[in-house]
Design a protein around this ligand. Structure first.
Ligand code: ADP
Length: 357
């Protein structure tokens, strides 16, 4: 096991800068996830750590050793790809053993190691099969097994779950987390899936256009996103962004006024006449009781009236897409027993203004 440190790593391909100014240090044994939209530079960073890519400038350390000029083979890292890359003519046992055989490890030791790995990944009953006789999930477990068997210093995983169907992906994700807890190998995991990032990571590195946007623990990034890209990328369903103009009375949004209490005005240091992008997560919006609005007969603080466009029941919660002129609002609510929301309904929403970005 080892820490991994990147110092101002940059990679250019001809005149395209794929990644720039990439610096972070992963402490020994931690599980870090690189996340961001397609093309943001995740794989380039991972491949640079693996030695499959050469940095144009900057330094890479594994442990205390400068790795820039060390070939991939000598880096003691194991990489798992999304397409598994198993040897088709070898059995599961032979696939798992391969890396150890290449290193001329003692045959008896290899046998023991294969047995241990197979046990920890529930592959014991499949050891004599060839890859094409396995399901996608089983193949991916073999690919993981092959990587683990070598007991590398660092584990590099590039979208390892993306070829699995939904249920299997959830199960394998949980297995991966458990495996990391058992083995404690420093891990760098690349994904574009924010759920994987949130659930697996000790720390998340959010990337966009080749640059780091934010590094932090999942909950802390979720609660305190550094910018609008991070705010809208992490969270499912995503954060709502409403275009608004602040006047003395409140936010002018889609021809409505959202009244804002003084405490929030001060907290956000709002300036009259200024345009704002307001961010609010779907779980921070609720539906007002119809009678409450009638009783007061006036606009409530944080109230917004919308028209329902789509209703998606998710079991415990219901996802509602609603619109107002110029914007769409997503809310994720638990509807009481006999409450029905229908397409075309006009709803009075309550925004929790303390949760406004
Ligand atoms: P991600 O893994 O986040 O999808 P990549 O690291 O694969 O992103 O790519 C980052 C950027 O670098 C993209 O714009 C991509 O087109 C470019 N890129 C990656 N590899 C090469 C290459 N071998 N030649 C030219 N451009 C590349």
């Amino acid at each position: 096991m080892a820490k991994v440190r990147l110092e101002e790593i940059k990679r250019r391909f001809n005149n395209v800068t794929a990644i720039e100014d990439i610096s972070f240090e992963i402490p020994d044994g931690e599980f870090w996830v690189l996340v961001g939209p397609s093309g943001c530079g995740k794989s380039t960073i991972l491949r640079t750590i693996a030695g499959l890519e050469t940095a144009t400038s900057g330094k890479l350390f594994i442990g205390d050793r400068l790795m820039n000029n060390i070939p991939a083979r000598q880096r003691d890292v194991a990489m798992v790809f999304q397409n598994y890359a198993l040897y088709p003519h070898m059995t599961v046992a032979e696939n798992i053993a391969f890396g150890l055989q290449m290193r001329k490890v003692d045959a008896k030791l290899i046998q023991e190691r294969v047995a241990t790995v197979a046990r920890s990944l529930s592959l014991e009953h499949l050891l004599d099969r060839k890859p094409k006789q396995l399901s996608g999930g089983q193949q991916q477990r073999v690919a993981l097994g092959r990587a683990i068997a070598r007991e590398p210093q660092v584990f590099l995983l590039d979208e390892p779950l993306s070829n699995l169907d939904a249920q299997l992906r959830d199960d394998t994700r949980a297995e991966l987390k458990q495996l990391h807890q058992e083995l404690g190998i420093t891990t760098v995991y690349v994904t574009h899936d924010q759920v994987e990032a949130m659930t697996l990571a000790d720390k998340i590195v959010v990337l966009n256009r080749g640059r780091i946007q934010q590094i932090g623990e999942p909950q802390s990034i979720y609660a305190f996103p550094a910018n609008q890209m991070v705010a809208t990328f992490l969270g499912n369903p995503p954060m709502n962004i409403l275009s608004a103009k602040y006047t003395n009375d409140g936010f002018d949004v889609g021809e409505q006024l959202i009244a804002v209490p003084e405490i929030i005005r001060e907290k956000l240091q709002l300036r009259p006449g200024q345009n704002y992008d307001l961010g609010i997560r779907p779980e921070h919006i609720s539906i007002n009781e119809p009678q409450r609005r009638r009783e007061h007969g006036e606009e409530e603080v944080g109230e917004l009236v919308v028209e329902v466009k789509v209703v998606e029941p998710l079991g415990r919660e219901t996802l509602i897409r609603a619109s107002l002129p110029g914007s769409t609002v997503l809310l994720n609510v638990q509807l009481g027993g006999n409450v029905r929301v229908n397409v075309g309904d006009r709803l009075s929403l309550q925004l929790d203004l303390t949760q406004l970005f």
